[in-house]
Design a protein around this ligand. Structure first.
Ligand SMILES: [Zn+2]
Ligand SMILES: [Zn+2]
Length: 258
């Protein structure tokens, strides 16, 4: 695994371009639906997602290209992760819906945002906060060889998973299955929506990776940068799916979570 270690500096670079610094324009055209609360910058809804002060339930809409439906196991694991770290007394719902391919792979994050504009149907209503997850049938356009991006949280309530890349990574390993990789990537991206690290949930003590903005420096933590990338993620999920370390959890607790 020496090769992977050598690749790490490049992975960080890819992250800087492809992960939390992604931004998209926020215009939206559907009359009658106020989408503005769901079109903010990454981390802007961390407290709203973690605590029950403003929103008491959480609704997740997963839109996947046919053939790339996340496994039930991964969605169950995600639900467990969310229950563990948020206060949503009125519950959590996850709906899935298949759509046809846009045939535009590989994708820029702007193209993913354009797809969201067309496909997203769930926005915040009353005391329910909504999240959109798109599972793409292709890769991010910035992928190179072993340096591939598995997912990205690109707005306060928007996530993309690169389904084809995740499948390829999982198929290349005998030691891990697709649901393990999906779980790790989904939970990691929710960590970003929850404001980790120091993007929406202020750090209580310094534990940000000096080489990778918004990522954790504690080895083995779910929020380390290598969860987002192919290759290194296999090493991490081989033994068990990583969880948040105490420093990340402390940040969530300080911002209304648990
Ligand atoms: Zn990340
Ligand atoms: Zn951490």
């Amino acid at each position: 695994m020496k090769l992977l270690k050598i690749l790490v500096p490049f992975l960080f670079l890819i992250f800087l371009i492809g992960c939390s610094k992604d931004s998209t324009d926020s215009d939206n055209g559907t009359p009658g639906v106020d989408k503005s609360a769901n079109l903010k910058a990454l981390g802007a809804s961390a407290n709203e997602l973690l605590s029950d002060a403003k929103f008491t339930s959480l609704r997740i809409e997963i839109v996947y290209v046919t053939g790339f439906k996340p496994t039930d196991e991964a969605l169950n694991n995600l639900a467990q992760f969310l229950t563990q770290h948020t206060f949503k007394p009125d519950g959590l719902s996850i709906t899935t819906r298949a759509v046809t391919s846009t045939n535009k792979a590989p994708f820029s994050i702007q193209e993913i945002a354009e797809i969201e504009k067309v496909e997203r149907s769930v926005y915040n209503v009353g005391d329910e906060i909504a999240i959109f997850i798109y599972v793409a049938d292709g890769s991010n356009e910035k992928d190179v060889n072993d340096k591939v991006i598995l997912g990205s949280a690109f707005r306060n309530t928007s996530v993309v998973l690169y389904g084809k890349t995740i499948e390829k990574i999982a198929n290349n390993s005998n030691a891990v299955n697709k649901s393990d990789v999906e779980t790790a990537v989904l939970n990691h991206e929710f960590g970003h929506l929850f404001g980790l690290v120091d993007v929406g949930s202020p750090m209580q003590v310094n534990h940000e990776d000096p080489n990778s903005e918004a990522h954790c420096s504690v080895s083995g933590c779910l929020m380390t940068a290598n969860i987002e990338f192919g290759g290194s993620i296999i090493d991490m999920v081989e033994t068990n799916i990583p969880d948040l370390d105490d420093l990340c959890i402390n940040d969530l607790v300080a911002n209304g979570g648990r």
